[in-house]
Design a protein around this ligand. Structure first.
Ligand SMILES: Nc1ncnc2c1ncn2[C@@H]1O[C@H](COP(=O)(O)OP(=O)(O)OP(=O)(O)O)[C@@H](O)[C@H]1O
Ligand SMILES: [Mg+2]
Length: 259
């Protein structure tokens, strides 16, 4: 069993020397990363540095040009398409734009993954959707359409939908982008509570919100030019006097990273 040196927890996901190019754009350049089981891992870094691409690889939506990705002991590179689809079902994903179906109300959006993959009775579906919506504080909005929701509510619907099949992995790609500071804080709190309520869940969050990252993550990985250049606990990042880390956390124009 491989142990994450930062948290001491076993590795749930492991990237080893992953390279990925799109045409001449060499995005991932030897990415090594351990995502610990039962923890929240945050991936930070500048726009275009490969954070979303990193997440897409673990779900088998992209294949590395070189390198390996392990889910527990399973090497994703050795799976056939059918096995990869089964792997994908172990993930819940909260997309940046919530990606709701506009013509479906909140209930149907949240129920969708259940109806698509499993054959539960309508009573069971109703009970599961009701519980998921209660958990994200949206019980009152069950029959609204996405167009009738605020941005924060849409993101919470996205989280309820990601949770509905009780995933082993929960991936958040910029879950608070576009929310006001108070709604952002509420969403961060919800992410934290979601993890606390499920000790076996492994969460990965991509965020530009450094305050939130330092408050809720167990482990932070800092991506620069397609590689993890620093990883550690939030305390490590908060106390570091490394010029790259200081500049990024401060959002400063002065420092080794140029605009
Ligand atoms: N499917 C794709 N085809 C071609 N290029 C892609 C594809 N997906 C991502 N890229 C490129 O890979 C690079 C990294 O993209 P990625 O979306 O991972 O950035 P990011 O770190 O998530 O940035 P942001 O913080 O802005 O979301 C970008 O240059 C992007 O244009
Ligand atoms: Mg991105």
């Amino acid at each position: 069993m491989i142990i994450d040196p930062v948290t001491g927890a076993p590795a749930a996901i492991r990237y080893e020397g992953v390279h990925k190019s799109f045409g001449t754009n060499h995005v991932l350049r030897g990415l090594d990363l351990i995502v610990p089981r039962g923890k929240i891992t945050a991936i930070i870094g500048r726009s275009g540095t490969g954070k979303s691409v990193t997440l897409k690889h673990v779900m088998g939506l992209l294949r590395p040009d070189r390198g390996e990705i392990f889910l527990g002991d399973v090497n994703l590179m050795q799976l056939n398409p059918k096995a990869l689809r089964r792997v994908r079902e172990r993930f819940g994903v909260v997309f940046q734009n919530a990606a709701l179906f506009d013509s479906m109300d909140v209930f149907d959006n949240v129920a969708f993954p259940l109806l698509e993959h499993e054959s539960f009775s309508s009573d069971v579906v109703r009970a599961k959707v009701t519980a998921a919506l209660a958990q994200v504080g949206l019980s009152a909005a069950v029959h609204r359409l996405p167009s009738e929701l605020s941005g924060g509510m849409r993101k919470r619907v996205g989280l309820a939908r990601a949770l509905i099949r009780d995933p082993e992995f929960l991936l958040y790609d910029e879950p608070t982008t576009g929310l006001d500071p108070i709604l952002s804080a509420a969403m961060d709190e919800l992410i934290y509570e979601t993890q606390q309520a499920r000790p076996a869940l492994t969460s990965v969050i991509i965020s530009h919100d450094m305050k939130a990252v330092l408050a809720i993550a167990d482990k932070v990985a800092f991506l620069v030019d397609g590689r993890v250049v620093h990883e550690g606990t939030p305390e490590y990042f908060a106390q570091s006097d490394d010029a790259l880390i200081r500049q990024f956390l401060a959002g400063s124009l002065d420092g080794p990273m140029k605009v």
